[in-house]
Design a binder for this molecule. Structure first.
Ligand code: SF4
Ligand code: SF4
Length: 105
């Protein structure tokens, strides 16, 4: 039986839309320096304000969007990434942008 909340109707591991929506999204906020230090430098933006992106896709995202993806720094990802919940307005916006349906799958 699933223990996920009702809003968790999407499978993030076959999505990744919110990790490839805007370079403005995976920004650092209130993380302590020790937490940010755990993120490999190659994934941090030149101005140190957030995750480095290419064409609005976070460099730490591996895999193929909409098929199978993974955050390669999942354990040490920024707070904003932890706050994003499947089914929330940002999720739906990102999925819609990438042509993914609002339905499961
Ligand atoms: S857009 Fe939504 S479903 Fe897709 S990875 Fe982000 S939170 Fe998960
Ligand atoms: S750090 Fe991970 S969860 Fe956050 S945007 Fe990048 S790939 Fe997505």
């Amino acid at each position: 039986m699933s223990t996920l909340p009702e809003t968790a109707e999407f499978d993030c591991q076959s999505c990744g839309a919110c990790c490839a929506y805007s370079a403005e999204w995976p920004r650092f906020s209130l993380e302590p320096d020790e937490a940010l230090a755990l993120i490999p430098e190659k994934f941090v933006s030149a101005d140190l304000s957030g995750m480095a992106c290419e064409n609005d896709r976070c460099l730490a995202l591996a895999g193929e969007l909409g098929k199978h993806v993974a955050c390669t720094i999942y354990e040490v990802r920024p707070d904003v990434c932890r706050a994003c919940m499947p089914g929330d307005p940002e999720c739906l916006m990102a999925r819609s942008f990438h042509g993914m349906t609002g339905e499961r799958g």
